[in-house]
Design a protein around this ligand. Sequence first.
Ligand code: AMP
Ligand code: ZN
Length: 499
Amino acid sequence: MTIQFYNTLTNKAEEFTPVNDDCVRMYSCGPTVYDFAHIGNFRSFLFSDVIRRTLEFFGHKVHHVMNITDVGHMTDDSSADGAGEDKMAAAAQRVKEDKKSGKVPEGAVENPEDPYQIADYYTKAFLEDAQTLGVKVAFEPENILKATDNIDIMQEMISQLISKGHAYVGPDGVVYYSVESFPDYGKLSGNTLENLQMGAGGRINETDQSNKRHPADFMLWKADSTHIMKWDSPWGAGYPGWHIECSCMARNRLGKDVIDIHTGGEDLIFPHHECEIAQSRGATGADTFAKFWMHARFLLVEGEKMSKSKGSFWTVRDVLEGRATGINVHPAVLRLELIKSHYRSNMNFTRKGLVDSANIVKRLTEFRTKLEAAANGEVAEVDLSHPILKEFGAALADDLNFSKALAVVLPWASSDPDNVAEALAVLNKINDVLAVAPLGDEKSGGGDDSEIVALCKAIDAARAAKDWATSDALRKQIESAGYEVKNSPEGTIAIKKLA
Ligand code: AMP
Ligand code: ZN
């Protein structure tokens, strides 16, 4: 089956074939760790996870890498200049306030003046949330790279860009990338120098242009001895720009050759990804950096982008613990809600959507339980020629059409298959991609919580029989394993307690 993915670089759906048959190499822009990642961010991270799982479903081996931005992302990064204040520096003040209000627990960030402590706290929170939602790469520490661990590689690439005539030191001591040195600048986003010149959407910051050769030139290194995170460099002690980080980390883990897929949310197309292409191709001289550029449209709340910088957003914890919608849900429900609508459309986060997802998770989980009971430990071998897997796969191969994929799975999940061992194998394969029935078993890469799921079911049975003593004892048993026990539309659920 041919896989079609929409490629932002060419503005059309194209057949996906790996650069190297042995392994698909994929890079995803990760979180900026100055606050909790919100569910909008997780729409983008889960989007990259389902691309990976889809490729694995079709038998590809995938090497997926994600970065952690813990320095250099400025508050005004929507312009190519990266003007404004470093987001990590700005966080120090907010974290102080959050400690006072209890939003950041006592002892969590001992010294809010220390950006490393802030970054550490939110990196851990991100990884926990990502694991809770079954993002596979979050279980692979070797594939999660921090910007601050890779400063030497960034300096190397900057030197290389200077020596190749793609970068220069401005009169202000800042190292800039010269966009005029790269004729393909603007190919990804449409923001060519000509279009930018015409003032497209105020994309160029008008301040302090005298230091640059072209107004769209962007920062690679800023010498600033007062900055809270700084490193020695040939251009003075200072810190790197945000864009150079991803070019370097992709190269660090995935090598210098063309990578297969690069992902992020739609806001990263310009300037971040445009600048990454200019840097990476400038450094290697190759005519391609990533073959496929794939972008998720925004998650909206009441028609507005959910945004960290605006300060009003729901975290994963807010949703699971009921603060967002008034209902507690199992992580599988949130996962499904964030992947089920097409990634190239905006998604509106609503309580109704969440309840619909809860019903789907319930249906799939019940189907699995029924099959498991009937199969008596037997699981057959199946391949992708099975009619259900064929149709499910065809929907995925059609640019990740999850609603079509669910329309295949759900009626089947209400049927009574003759061959239960085979049906169980089919469901396992489907769940390797969806990871929602239940989330977190060894198949979804989320650690084995099947015992906890069984205990939850036992609580439901005890309650139905009005056996409160048993239900209480079971609740205590789950809690002592580090979970919180909640009621939800799909019965008792256990949510792993987060630090
Ligand atoms: P950040 O931590 O702000 O660097 O963002 C991490 C990822 O989340 C990036 O890929 C962003 O494009 C993406 N993102 C930010 N806001 C949203 C949103 N409301 N919906 C979907 N993705 C988003
Ligand atoms: Zn990036």
